[in-house]
Design a protein around this ligand. Sequence first.
Ligand code: NI
Length: 274
Amino acid sequence: MYHKYGVLMTLNELFQKLWDDYSSINKQAHAIHALLEKQGERVINDHIAFRTYDIPKVNIDVIARPFIKFGYQQKKEYQFPEKKFFAFHYEHKDISLPKIFISALKVKEFSPDIQSIIDNLVNQVPVDHTQRDDFVVSGILWKPISYETYKKLQHASEYAAWLSVYGFRANHFTVFFNAFKKIKTLVDINQLLKNHGFKLNTSGGEIKGSPQEYLEQSSTLADPIEVQFADRKALIPGCYYEFARRYLLPNGKLFHGFVAPSADKIFESTDNKQ
Ligand code: NI
């Protein structure tokens, strides 16, 4: 399974490592899988999302590298001016494989104080580690920050705060709604989730997007996980699960992109203000 120098033999191994890590810290994942299977549905992955800092050592290109190696290509760019990050999505020529969505925080747009906190984290990342195929499953590669530093980051950017405690790993996996046979609408899946005690991200409504935008999305709220800070433990929202329903474009092909205003709201699934 595992090879020296962090070189993975196959894309499947990378996906497996990502899923094992994600589902081990996000207990919802297995529970939601089991729930869907009980309904007789097959779970197909639409996309996997990553967060990083826009600093050359760990930027989007660095996160994308193993995926590019395994045949992915960079597609569209998305801007999130309010939250100060941007993103690219990647597709494999085998379109049945999940898309990869990588965002990066525009660190330079923050105050010198915030920039220096983030620079200090990224400076601790061993350069050779960023060259590994499994760099995207590393978690944090810096000493845990203090709770006070976390709160300072959180005040400036929920995204920066999340990344500082969870590091490099899948932020979320997404169920491809179109593969469902029995569940007919996102409203139905949302109701099923709520009936089973899962909390939904309601920012911008439970469903983000519309058929007119060729994409509808909904997501759970990330469950809090106990995180060890330098000085104490605290419960911090971890990872969430998303559902994406894609519609046909006028040319008859399925829309494979993303809709920035919807994604903007989905990002709030790790926001403990909800
Ligand atoms: Ni997503």
